[in-house]
Design a binder for this molecule. Structure first.
Ligand code: ADE
Ligand code: ZN
Length: 341
């Protein structure tokens, strides 16, 4: 086993991955055919190519538009977990989905969530990969639409749905717009996170913590511009869900050895590694570990921290968390011994 194979094979938990961004190109093409949705080209893989967040979000919406029946949602949820296991030894994922990208096309919320839950339960049964769901506010929606979405999530809530998050283009729509939606989710017992400081200053992290009540931060790369916010994150033991490849592409850090993730790790922040929108950025969770850890020349000790940070930062209950942590640490240590042999 070489070091790249080791990085691929170490056991992983993922906290930042969007269901709609995990759809295989072949499945996207098949579902578009099934529902007679016209695509700009029959070479769908070539649609997965962009260098701005806006261009990416347009295709993300197109992919979402091919998901209509409950069985479509079941299929993509299952395939996405199958890919995570096959390509990166994924054990457990907390996965985002965007309810309003579906409901605004007339797909009932129940169809979305029941399909996803069926796919997740099948992956648990057949593959032994766990998954929970985080409903994402889409920032380009109005605050009223976001609040209504949260009410819908709370009204039909299988055990798999555990949290509220927020994505979309960050720069034009600051987090404070969605204070009411987050307050309602918190009152309803959902855990809270948000994309922040991906394409905006560190004050968005402060807003997410103080106004929205977020417990994790998705991305966070510009935090290093404000030492007081870094110190606050260190004091609070805040977890950051970082995504090397996607941000290398759309936020202009093509050289991973100079990606701000390196500075965040050096500052002592709790960083986790994630694939964001794996198929849509031609990556996977295994490859994120290979590419980032190779570029930054991280040894096994840092890799072990990435693996276990994700368990510690997850929203599993304490019993499941400590069991998974024990199992993953043992599997990691066995692989590490094999690497050294
Ligand atoms: N939606 C899906 N992936 C996203 C990302 N990386 N940033 C913002 N919105 C997203
Ligand atoms: Zn994301």
């Amino acid at each position: 086993m070489d070091y790249a194979q080791f990085l691929r094979r170490v056991p992983k938990v993922e906290l930042h991955c969007h269901l709609e961004g995990t759809v295989r190109a072949a499945t996207f093409a098949e579902l578009a055919g099934k529902h007679r949705i016209p695509l700009p080209t029959s070479e769908v893989d070539s649609l997965y190519d962009y260098d701005t967040i806006e261009a990416f979000l347009e295709i993300f919406g197109l992919v979402a538009s091919t998901l209509i029946d409950e069985e479509d949602f079941e299929r993509v949820a299952f395939e996405s977990l199958e890919d995570g296991q096959r390509l990166g030894n994924l054990k457990y994922r907390e996965m985002f989905f965007n309810p309003t990208l579906h409901t605004r096309r007339g797909v009932p919320y129940r169809t979305v969530v029941d399909g996803l839950v069926a796919g997740i339960r099948r992956a648990d049964r057949e593959l032994g990969v766990g998954c929970r769901l985080i409903a994402d506010v889409y920032r380009q929606d109005s605050p009223e639409v976001a609040l209504a979405m949260v009410e819908e999530v709370l009204a039909h809530r299988p055990d798999e749905v555990i949290g509220l998050g927020m994505d979309g283009a960050e720069a034009p729509d600051p987090p404070e717009r969605f204070a009411a939606a987050f307050a309602r989710a918190k009152a309803g017992g959902l855990r809270l996170t948000s994309h922040a400081c991906e394409d905006a200053p560190p004050k968005n992290i402060v807003t997410c913590l103080d106004v929205l009540g977020c417990e994790r931060i998705d991305h966070g790369y510009h935090i290093l511009a404000d030492q007081a916010v870094v110190q606050r994150a260190l004091d609070a033991g805040l977890y950051f869900t970082c995504c090397p490849t996607a941000t290398a592409r759309v936020y202009g850090w093509p050289d991973l050895s100079r990606h701000p993730i390196g500075g965040m790790v050096a500052a002592g922040l709790n960083v986790t590694l994630n694939s964001d929108d794996p198929t849509m950025f031609h990556t996977d969770i295994g490859r994120e570990f290979v590419d980032l850890c190779t570029a930054l020349e991280y040894g096994p000790e840092q890799v072990r921290s990435f693996c276990l940070n994700s368990v510690d930062g997850s929203w599993l209950d304490e019993g499941d968390k400590s069991r998974l942590r024990r199992e993953m640490a043992a599997e990691f240590d066995a692989l590490h011994a094999e690497l050294g042999a």
